[in-house]
Design a protein around this ligand. Structure first.
Ligand SMILES: Cc1cc2nc3c(=O)[nH]c(=O)nc-3n(C[C@H](O)[C@H](O)[C@H](O)COP(=O)(O)OP(=O)(O)OC[C@H]3O[C@@H](n4cnc5c(N)ncnc54)[C@H](O)[C@@H]3O)c2cc1C
Length: 300
């Protein structure tokens, strides 16, 4: 096997949070065959996309990971589009716009990869990645390569069967709607404009929404009402303009983020008896306090 591998890989600058220590070994496959060989060789290896929804421990991760950055091929034929898991959302959104295809305008505004977005069923501005998917090529750690049709993917709010069944997304197929390019572009510009007004840009390192919205009320509104905006721990703080975002103002660490999340969650629990559920994922296995805090955070 001739896969590209980096040892003692410093992941911090690959994350949108700019937080994270060293990973023992990071693999960067650039085609499906190589990816599958790695998954077979290391059956429990975590797979990471653009790290825009993952908090990596400042103490690092004592193991191997796969990063999908080189799995970045896009094919467009008529209104059918195929994108490998490492393709970045904004790039895909732009390319399909150039081809006069509508359906992925929402992807322009945030930094996920196709694999991460399918895994989480990412959505924004009234669109969802699952809206226009026809099938997904996955690797099941139990069954090997499998193509799932959209209705077999178990898409729901911020989740899919990938999470439940531990499936790796290799490639997604979409069927989009032909439309005037100027109209598509106008929608993308409006989406970007909305974001600039309501969300921190990556100039303020962050990880997107911290907690999922519970059924009754947006998490941001609940957090705002319990005064979360004022909370700061070390170099991380709740963003003043929207309480469901945490920003790293300098040298924030994963333990700061987890302590801050715990405080946010506790305040909402005390006031409303609602258990906020983290939207972001956590990777790391060295620091015992972090593991304990994370277990508490995901506890329902
Ligand atoms: C500024 C900002 C704004 C955001 N706005 C939104 C928004 O409006 N809507 C929204 O839905 N999200 C938003 N996000 C969050 C994030 O971009 C999405 O959740 C995105 O889907 C994460 O993709 P990723 O590639 O970065 O995933 P990662 O953070 O790399 O991984 C997230 C999870 O997906 C898994 N994963 C990644 N790739 C694969 C794969 N190929 N196969 C299987 N599992 C995989 C990982 O194991 C992990 O569990 C925002 C983030 C930021 C920083």
């Amino acid at each position: 096997m001739t896969e590209y591998l980096e040892k003692d890989f410093d992941i911090k600058n690959y994350t949108t949070f700019k937080i994270g220590g060293k990973i023992d070994e990071a693999y960067f496959p650039d085609n499906v065959d190589e990816f599958v060989r790695l998954l077979q060789k290391y059956p429990n290896i975590p797979v990471l996309g653009n790290l825009s929804n993952t908090l990596v421990s400042t103490s690092g991760y004592n193991g191997k990971v796969i990063l999908t950055h080189k799995m970045n091929k896009i094919e467009i034929e008529g209104n059918k589009v195929s994108a490998e898991c490492g393709v970045k959302g904004p790039k895909l959104s732009q390319e399909v716009c150039n081809a006069g295809l509508s359906g992925l305008e929402f992807m322009i505004g945030f930094p996920g990869s196709v694999g991460g977005e399918v895994y989480m069923n990412a959505s924004a501005n009234g669109q969802c990645i699952s809206d226009n998917i026809t099938s997904v090529l996955c690797y099941s750690r139990k069954l090997g390569l499998i193509t799932f049709k959209k209705d077999q993917m178990g898409f729901d709010y911020r989740t899919s069967r990938c999470e439940k069944d531990d499936l790796i997304v290799l490639k997604a197929e979409f069927e989009l709607t032909p439309k005037n390019k100027d109209d598509i572009k106008k929608q993308m510009d409006e989406n970007l404009d909305f974001r600039r007004k309501h969300q921190p840009t990556l100039a303020l390192p962050n990880c997107g929404s911290i907690f999922k919205n519970p059924p009754c009320n947006p998490a941001g509104r609940l957090l705002e009402s319990v005064g979360a905006k004022e909370i700061m721990i070390g170099d991380v703080r709740v963003w003043r303009n929207h309480s469901n975002f945490i920003i790293n103002t300098g040298n924030g660490s994963s333990i700061d983020v987890l302590r801050l999340m715990t405080e946010m969650k506790q305040r909402v629990k005390q006031m409303y008896n609602i258990d906020l559920e983290p939207e972001l994922k956590y990777l790391g296995n060295k620091n015992k306090e972090e593991i304990k805090l994370w277990q508490k955070l995901v506890q329902k």
